[in-house]
Design a protein around this ligand. Structure first.
Ligand code: ZN
Length: 311
């Protein structure tokens, strides 16, 4: 049913408050790669916003047709430093703006009669192994993230999801910049496997503590905390940590496969297996479910049918 008074983000917030299931999309960068779009060594799937905009839009359409309530614009790898390394620093605003517009057009095409929220993504990601935000000053990081957050908000994103946050020091400024906009913000953390000592580290930051990361960053006014770009087998351990520090809305959208920059190696995952895991996560209070890298529209379709089949 159409209800012009309900925007996608209002409905999203209402569902999250009630604990009703929200279906997220799957991995956009890997979806583009699966469709034959070249991945850039430095800016991964971000270049597609300029050169393969129709494929970006169609991937969003396919996730929406599968039943997603939320689509995340292809801005995850479109940070200033990644684009500068790719020789596209001057196109920074254009790349981000086009990504949001592709998601907004997909919503008009594929979901004109139901509430869908379009998120802009901010992450510290760059595909090239030789670009490290850790080489930047805090002020430089904050300024770059502010530029991206401002463009995403200006281009029409309903909310911002900060993705692959693994370090307070290096990635915290992304969350700070996002909450400075007037948009709702989700904190998306990535976790590695539980260590032999029983602690859960952020992904690829074995020396840091996920517990301390979450404790510190939920001090900022975030609306939800997501365990994302985390191996499907490591989500439960991460949720154990997050739920000790955060009692608000939760999201889980894991990945499945392996990243060998700039390409993703897909592992076969039966959609019903994602559904089985998602049902475990909903039972423990996770409201928003979807997928990250390696998770495709067919997975989201079965997730939707299992969790929202009454729609
Ligand atoms: Zn991912």
């Amino acid at each position: 049913m159409s209800d012009d008074a309900i925007t996608g983000v209002d409905e999203l917030d209402a569902r999250l408050r009630r604990g009703d299931p929200v279906i997220l999309d799957g991995g956009m960068g890997t979806e583009l790669e699966a469709r034959g779009v070249p991945m850039n060594r430095d800016a991964w799937s971000a270049v597609a916003n300029l050169e393969h905009a129709d494929t970006v839009e169609q991937a969003h359409v396919d996730f929406l047709t599968a039943g997603a309530d939320v689509v995340i614009a292809n801005t995850f790898p479109a940070g200033l430093f990644a684009l500068e390394a790719a020789g596209l620093g001057e196109s920074f605003e254009d790349v981000n703006r086009r990504a949001v517009h592709a998601a907004l057009r997909a919503r008009e095409r594929a979901a004109p009669d139901r509430p869908v929220a379009v998120a802009g993504s901010i992450s510290p990601m760059s595909a090239g192994a030789d670009i490290h935000v850790a080489e930047r000053s805090r002020q430089e990081l904050l300024a770059a993230y502010r530029r991206q957050a401002t463009v995403l908000a200006d281009a029409g994103a309903d909310f911002i999801v900060t993705e692959m946050i693994q370090s307070v020091q290096w990635h915290g400024p992304a969350v700070e910049a996002a909450v400075e906009t007037d948009l709702p913000v989700w904190l998306g953390v990535s976790a590695g496997p539980i260590s032999e000592g029983g602690s859960v580290p952020p992904l690829n930051f074995a020396e840091e503590s996920l517990d301390q990361l979450v404790a510190s960053l939920v001090e900022l006014p975030v609306r939800a905390v997501a365990v994302m770009h985390t191996d499907i087998d490591d989500v439960d351990g991460a949720l154990d940590v997050v739920q000790r520090r955060w009692s608000g809305p939760l999201a889980a959208y894991p990945h499945h496969g392996e990243y060998h920059p700039p390409s993703w190696t897909f592992y076969d995952l039966a959609p019903q297996e994602l559904v089985r895991r998602a049902q475990i996560w909903t039972d423990r209070g996770v409201a928003a479910l979807g997928g990250c890298c390696g998770i495709r529209p067919r997975h989201i379709q079965q997730l939707h049918d299992a969790l929202r089949g009454d729609d």
